[in-house]
Design a protein around this ligand. Sequence first.
Ligand SMILES: [Ca+2]
Ligand SMILES: [Ca+2]
Length: 255
Amino acid sequence: MAFRYKACLFVVIALAICWPQVASAQVIDTFDVAQTLNVQISGPTSDFDFASGGGILGMERDVELTLNSTLGDADIEINGTPQPSRLAMDVGPSSMATGKVTWDGIDMAPAVNTTGLGSQDLTLFGDRLALEVASNQLAQDVKFTVWSDANNVSEFTLSLPAMINTPQVFEVPFANFAMVPTATGPADFSDVGAVQMEIDALVPNDLAFDLLEIRRPNGPNAIPEPTTMVLLLLSGFGFAMFGWRRGPGGHQLAR
Ligand SMILES: [Ca+2]
Ligand SMILES: [Ca+2]
């Protein structure tokens, strides 16, 4: 095989190895697949819906909404008219409600299938969750739970400040998660079976989220070990140029 072809092959292989890491961010949900849930005191006071499609980890998103107050109403609208490509949760006056969004594979059921994602290695794509918050009114806790299986579970509660008017990203490093007290061990982020985001609104609120994904420390487009990638490409191109310069003429001279 001519040397330059070997060099080209080297570049192709280097790209094939590096490319999955370069296209790094792993989306949990872009909130582009539409869903609408409504609860009110006149009924129903709880609602469940699942939807499948692209931009969703495990290809299915389960949403549960429960009204906890004796008055009022609440809704969750994903990719709706007022908030396209977002998850909007609106808790009405005098109302309290809990919204649970679960990514646990295709089970079409509200129960968490703790191994439904089939051992997803989230550490391939970064070391933290990133939640893009488009807006909110009052301070709100958002609890994230990650299962490796029924016994190995970790959680972290993100406390959002009030009055977010311009989109803001909140990051939760995997290292900040703590074992759920009822579990026997913590979740292994390289072996994930289910992920859940829970919004327990104790006061009327209006929240909108743009995106939930896995990120690396320096943001959504950070390239892991860029120097390795550059060195591989430079050496590949260097070999290719060397092979081209030697070319068929070079081989003829050597004979
Ligand atoms: Ca599901
Ligand atoms: Ca489920």
